[in-house]
Design a protein around this ligand. Structure first.
Ligand code: AMP
Length: 282
């Protein structure tokens, strides 16, 4: 695996690859890699001639400075995992490579409707501006054929699909299903911060989502959401939101009509650790 730390070097290398008509898959991450990230890498290595992964903990998407400070870092281990997974290139930039002082890196302007107002957007003001800013910048440097993202960050991948339509229409977005622990807990870099008991309590997140999914469409949404919340709260979790929304637009639903494609989304705190998850229905 080749590692690039400088944007110019990485872009120049990739330009040579493109001349040879090799297809390129790109997996952007913030590191502290787990099997969820590796599922994205595996899909990319199957579907492209070459795979590039980036590790960059993007400061502009952290609305909470404490979350940024505590974000886990495990570069040596990440390099080993990527090498074993058959990743060809790792882009490992310092902050000034992504946000050089000499160049204004703007936030792309995309019409997002409910995607910009509901759930993560409401609870983490500015977060998606930071995500769009960094992904747009990375795509300009890397110019892949395919971009790999996880269903785990459901709202994020919807927003990035809008970004691609507006700014990078030739790049195909591939959304990969959420990889879970045996217990059902969605894998996340933040899980590294969970103690054994916190981890057990966190399993109530997926239990609540499944409970709601099984109750649809016959049981009323209000009742299901209340009971789902109870499942998490009985383990001492603080539920920030639990919603049933249209899977395309994220407009919140109060009743279900035939043929609806739905996503059930939640964010909950296990003490000071914030976890998110979602499942699609049907
Ligand atoms: P992150 O490093 O948390 O920014 O995640 C990088 C990419 O990996 C994002 O597209 C995430 O949605 C995806 N990802 C994170 N966790 C999982 C998971 N458990 N299953 C599938 N994809 C995931």
């Amino acid at each position: 695996m080749i590692i690039f730390k400088r944007s110019d070097d990485c872009a120049a290398y990739l330009a040579r690859i493109r001349k040879n008509n090799h297809t390129l898959g790109f997996v952007p991450t913030m590191g502290a890699l787990h099997k969820g990230h590796l599922a994205l890498v595996n899909s990319s290595t199957k579907e492209n001639d070459l795979t590039i992964c980036s590790i960059f903990v993007n400061p502009t998407q952290f609305n909470n400075p404490d979350d940024l400070k505590k974000y886990p870092i495990a570069i040596e281990q990440d390099i080993n995992l990527l090498e074993k997974a058959g990743c060809d290139i790792l882009f490992l930039p310092a902050k000034h490579e992504i946000y050089p002082k000499s160049k204004k890196i703007s936030v792309p302007q995309v019409t997002l409707h409910y995607l910009a107002t509901e759930m993560e957007a409401a609870k983490r003001p500015g977060h998606f501006d930071g995500v769009m800013q960094v992904v747009h910048r990375l795509l300009q440097i890397i110019q892949p054929d395919k971009l790999y993202m996880g269903q785990k960050d459901y709202q994020q991948q919807l927003i990035i699909s809008k970004l691609l339509k507006a700014y990078h229409p030739d790049i195909i977005l591939c959304t990969i299903p959420t990889v879970r622990e045996q217990s059902g807990l969605a894998m996340s870099s933040r899980n590294k911060r969970l103690s054994t008991t916190q981890r057990k309590r966190s399993n109530s997140i997926y239990r609540a989502l499944q409970y709601i999914s099984k109750g649809l469409p016959s049981i009323e949404i209000d009742k299901l959401l209340k009971e789902g919340k109870d499942i998490m709260e009985s383990e001492g979790l603080k539920v920030e939101y639990l919603e049933i929304a249209d899977a395309e637009t994220l407009s919140l639903l109060t009743r279900i009509s035939n043929g609806d494609r739905i996503v059930i989304c939640t964010a909950a705190y296990v003490d000071d650790i914030r976890l998110i998850d979602n499942i699609l229905w049907p």
